[in-house]
Write a protein of this length. Structure first.
Length: 420
């Protein structure tokens, strides 16, 4: 990153980690037009060609309704201090750094300065890279309001929103505590993986002594889209995912299903959302030995076009009764869940092997909603009880965060309304 925002794509953004996700990069080359901030006004560029900067300031945080980028670095943090003032100071510094990095600038004085005897303000691995549509989205976990021992470290227990619940245990869960929960989270999305990693690394460096990374997840090959005119991405099972996702341009749907309104939460959270993060392991070796017909029966869609059973095109309205009772699409559909809809921003992952010759791979599920109780919890209870796909997947990590509204201007900061 430099002191000047630049807009052309980097080579790294096209090749990804070791070539992973090339098919998704090629699919994006179809060219979805989106509005991106740049210079003194908004310009319109294709997603594939945009090294552009996404505006940081606004009523809502970027990285939710924003057109989904190609790469992810998600990190959950534990707060390691009981000093409220130190935490507030860190959040202010994080906000300043985030505002600069999302616009393609280095942190503080940059990676190179005249003070050679002191550590530089920026770690430097993104020097010369573009903004790559980097977005940074922060969330606050239950532990920030009250820790596991019931201690109110920061005087926030009375400000915990009702929707920030302890998620119930679902049938089939096999959650790893080391990959679950967290006091804070930061979701870094970008079209260049190094830009996303650089952002998390710098925030972790700034927060040293105040926070520590609890767990993190790299993601590639977005599995959902907020731009329905774009080609729908495929998950690691080869099926199109996110056909009925909430579009980032559908203000009415966002207001109804995503943004927290005045009646649904405390004042400090109005304009924000709730984020559910689930690490879902896919048993892909077993899936790869399953017949095509059974795969399609399980999903309720054909694998080639992605059309619902009995239909011709992917976006045709599905006939749920034409699917098997335990088909994934049928059980996840809003009509089967009291109208519940989620805005999903999931990514595929591969994290080596499990030691038994099988890939540790699957879906890092990210979903935003205005109330998790009639959103994710409703849908997941239905899926966990009946979904035929459960034979091939297992939820192994879980976290829930309250996502505050956007930073309004340079004098605002992440969490200001909560701590005021």
């Amino acid at each position: 990153m430099t002191d000047d925002a630049v807009t052309s794509p980097s080579r790294r953004a096209l090749i990804g980690w070791g070539g992973a996700g090339l098919a998704l990069g090629a699919a994006a080359a179809g060219g979805t037009a989106v509005a991106l901030g740049g210079g003194d006004g908004d310009t319109t560029r294709t997603v594939a060609d945009s090294g552009a900067a996404v505006p940081f300031y606004g009523a809502h945080q970027a990285g939710i309704a924003t057109a989904v980028q190609d790469r992810l670095h998600f990190a959950a943090f534990d707060v390691t201090t009981d000093d409220r003032d130190a935490l507030i100071a860190m959040l202010k510094e994080w906000t300043k750094a985030a505002a600069r990095m999302t616009q393609g600038h280095s942190v503080g004085g940059g990676a190179v300065s005249d003070l050679a005897e002191a550590p530089p303000d920026d770690t430097g691995e993104a020097l010369g890279l573009k903004a790559s549509r980097l977005t940074l989205t922060i969330g606050f976990g239950p532990g920030l309001f009250e820790d596991k021992k019931g201690k109110d470290r920061f005087g926030l227990a009375g400000r915990r929103p009702e929707g920030l619940i302890d998620l119930p245990a679902f049938p089939g869960d096999n959650l790893d505590a080391a990959r679950s929960d967290g006091d804070l989270c930061v979701q870094a999305c970008a079209d260049d993986p190094q830009v996303a990693v650089h952002a998390i690394r710098n925030l972790a460096r700034i927060g040293m002594g105040t926070v520590a990374i609890r767990w993190s997840q790299l993601g590639f090959g977005k599995t959902s889209s907020t731009t329905p005119e774009a080609q729908t991405p495929r998950n690691m099972m080869g099926f199109k995912d996110g056909t009925r996702n909430i579009p980032g341009t559908d203000e009415a749907a966002l207001k109804k299903h995503v943004w927290v309104g005045g009646k649904a939460g405390p004042d400090w959270l109005v304009g924000g959302s709730y984020l559910v993060a689930r690490r879902i392991r896919m048993h892909i070796e077993t899936w790869d030995r399953t017949s095509l017909k059974e795969q399609e029966d399980i999903f309720g869609r054909d694998k080639g076009e992605g059309a619902p059973y009995g239909k011709q095109r992917e976006r045709d309205e599905p006939n749920l009764k034409a699917m098997l009772p335990d088909a994934h699409v049928r059980l996840a559909h809003p009509d089967s869940n009291g109208g519940a809809r989620l805005l999903r921003r999931g990514y595929s992952f591969t994290d080596g092997t499990d030691g038994l010759g099988r890939l540790d791979a699957g879906l890092f599920f990210l979903a935003y909603q205005h109330d998790v109780r009639d959103g994710f919890v409703t849908v997941q209870r239905n899926l966990a009880r009946q979904d035929a796909l459960n034979e091939y997947i297992q939820h192994v990590g879980s976290a829930l965060f309250a996502v505050p509204p956007g930073v309004r201007d340079k004098d605002d900061w992440w969490g200001r309304a909560l701590f005021s």
